[in-house]
Write a protein that binds this ligand. Structure first.
Ligand code: PLP
Length: 397
């Protein structure tokens, strides 16, 4: 008889963004005349860089001609793009990885979720709290045990190593949702813990291109010993506006082994079973992102969001709110004033200012009492939204 995987019933009943969307849609249908200012989600809004658009057009044109048409490519990603990523890691981070150690995919979301399938069901998995919900939910459905590592004001939102044995540790820096970035020393402590305790770190670097402070690490492999205990996921989504185009990578050092088995070879095997590789159009765009001009143009796009983040920080600070993140990240983590809960403050802002934020508690218990504000909206929306929040909180009107 067919049986379902009952672990699905253990998932929290509603993913935070779905709940936010439902509440926003209900408000909009009750007040069709009121504009809504969406400052909650981490979706990109700026158009693609011109050099990337040109490369995408050329890739489409190649598909339109019999002489240059290509169908299925390398399931693990085209070698030209994996070579370019290896060069990028060398030049930008002084990290030596070979093209073979990169596996391309359609997203860091799927990679961070799917990687758990390499490990024994029932593994113990440490996650930051608050956390990007994908790590938790993908491990819950596998029947894995979750250990929460509190990320609170007292530890600058960077976790201490677990105080019990764990098999996997998910780390995200710059962090979604707190917007904070782990220092080299903080990551070194976690890498040292992982090596000493035979744990594997899964490092999500989806926002690394927002880091402009040169002293902060942008890849886990900048940390001594990380190649023996860490896997890194990167993405073109937030870096180059590819959230709709879809392109990402997982980097696994050749020397990383569990029970003497190479995790790289296991991951390559896993991808070969389930996946036919990212779109050839997206990969041509990815190569353009990695070119000198592409990198410059994408940095300009990130600067646009960084200006928004500064505006949000200064605006909320000016009315006395306590805010974190936003300096090397597109997310601002703001403390809810008074003793209201995250959802109460969300409802209040929606009702009185029509600004939509994300309730911190949706990212985990330690997110209670915070909201996440995203810098990915347009400059105009960001300005109006901040003005409306300021007017409301300063005067109550
Ligand atoms: N990792 C983090 C921490 C994210 O916040 C997101 C998207 O918001 C992703 C990964 C998704 O990346 P991708 O678009 O490459 O699937």
């Amino acid at each position: 008889m067919t049986k379902l995987n009952d672990n699905y019933t253990k998932l929290a009943s509603s993913y935070v963004f779905r709940q936010v969307n439902e509440k926003t849609a209900a408000f909009a249908s009750e007040h069709p005349d009121l504009p809504i200012y969406k400052m909650g989600v981490g979706n990109t809004t700026r158009p693609l860089a011109p050099s990337v658009v040109a490369a995408l057009h050329e890739a489409v044109d190649r598909l339109g001609s019999e002489a240059t048409y290509t169908g299925y490519g390398d399931e693990l990603g085209e070698s030209y793009l994996r070579e370019a990523l290896a060069d990028y890691y060398q030049t930008s981070y002084n990290v030596s990885l070979t093209a073979h150690e990169f596996v391309l995919s359609d997203g860091a979301k799927s990679d961070t979720a799917n990687i758990a399938s390499l490990f024994q069901p029932g593994s113990t998995v440490a996650v930051q709290d608050p956390v990007y919900p994908v790590y938790v939910e993908s491990n819950v459905v596998l029947g894995n045990r979750i250990v929460y590592l509190p990320c609170v004001e007292e530890n600058n939102f960077v976790p201490a190593p677990p105080n019990e044995p764990v098999d996997l540790i998910y780390l995200c820096s710059p962090n979604n949702p707190t917007g904070t970035v782990a220092t080299k020393q903080q990551l070194q402590t976690l890498v040292d813990y992982a090596r000493a305790n035979d744990a594997i770190i899964i490092f999500d670097a989806a926002y690394s291109n927002f880091i402009r402070d040169e002293s902060l690490p942008r890849s886990i492999f900048e940390i001594d010993g990380a190649k023996e205990c860490a896997i890194e996921m990167g993405s073109f989504s937030k870096w180059a506006g590819f959230s709709g185009v879809r392109l990402a990578w997982t980097a696994i050092p050749q020397e990383l082994k569990v029970d003497n088995v190479s995790l790289l070879e296991r991951w390559r095997r896993r991808q070969l079973i389930t996946y036919n590789g990212p779109s050839n159009i997206a990969q041509a765009g990815g190569l353009a992102v990695l070119s000198d001009i592409g990198q410059r143009e994408c940095a300009d796009i990130i600067d646009y969001y960084r200006v928004n983040a500064q505006l949000i920080l200064s605006s909320l600070r000016s009315i006395g709110l306590t805010v974190y993140g936003g300096e090397n990240s597109p997310y601002i983590w703001a403390k809810v004033p008074g003793s209201k809960s995250s959802w109460e403050f969300f409802d209040e802002l929606l009702e009185h200012t029509q600004v939509v934020v994300t309730p911190g508690v949706g990212f985990g218990p330690e997110g209670e009492g915070f909201i996440r504000i995203s810098a990915f909206a347009s400059k105009e929306t960001t300005k109006i939204a901040m003005q409306r929040i300021n007017d409301y909180l300063a005067t109550g009107s």
